[in-house]
Design a protein. Structure first.
Length: 232
């Protein structure tokens, strides 16, 4: 029997929270364990329990602690947490800013229920999900950008680390990467930490975005991996 995917919904609109809660609770393996009206209430709960749900679904506009500040705090204290932004403020500037903060997905509030479910499963499984609109915008922007020389943080990535980075970008776990490269999990964990340090990324999502921006992986292929709904 599959373990439930525990979700926290954080949004100041009670009716919206109730709707998302009902949707997810009707779709296994999801289980909404917290429904909260602000980022502050979420942080208070985390401080009290010392635990985070598997995936946090946050709105952007909330008081007294909005989604941006909540994300910053969580990323600093819990870098491996998984954060999905679900907001009516769905614009390129917000998307790019939040992705660079380390969110695992950014979706508009009018997202179809099936896509929301697919996105949450993708985030839980692979750690990242791009909407098709964002993937296309990223691809076009990448093609139009003038080619720039790689900076020292790219040049400092070793051949072994690049191999690990590409596998991470394909959504493999530390255990799977260790098996594929015939190395110990501890070695892989060390390589992953070195990559985080060198790139300034906060988590796997940040590593993928870094790799895409610096063309260390195939942009079209990688975006495809994180936008097509996988089979479960």
């Amino acid at each position: 029997m599959n373990l439930p995917i525990n979700i926290a919904i954080v949004d100041d609109e009670a009716l919206f929270r109730e709707g998302i809660t009902n949707l997810l609770n009707q779709n296994k393996p999801f289980k909404v364990v917290h429904s909260l009206a602000s980022g502050q209430l979420l942080m208070d709960l985390i401080l009290e329990t010392g635990k985070l749900p598997d995936v946090l679904v946050l709105d952007l506009k909330m008081v007294p602690l909005d989604g941006i500040e909540t994300t910053k705090i969580i990323r600093q204290k819990y870098p491996h947490s998984k954060i999905v932004i679900l907001s009516s403020y769905y614009s390129p500037s917000f998307i790019n800013y939040m992705v660079r903060l380390g969110v695992n997905a950014f979706l508009p509030k009018n997202t179809a229920p099936d896509e929301l479910i697919a996105a949450l499963k993708m985030v839980h499984e692979k750690g990242l999900y791009f909407t098709k609109e964002y993937a296309e915008a990223f691809r076009v922007q990448n093609l139009q950008m003038p080619k720039k020389p790689h900076f020292s943080n790219v040049e400092s990535i070793t051949k072994k680390e690049l191999e690990i980075l590409k596998l991470i970008c394909h959504g493999f776990t530390n255990q799977q990467v260790a098996e594929k490269t015939d190395r110990s999990i501890r070695t892989i964990e060390g390589h992953r930490q070195h990559l985080l340090d060198k790139t300034g990324a906060k988590n796997t999502a940040g590593l993928v975005v870094f790799a895409l921006m610096h063309e260390l992986v195939d942009v079209d292929k990688q975006l495809l991996d994180y936008t097509i709904t996988p089979s479960w």
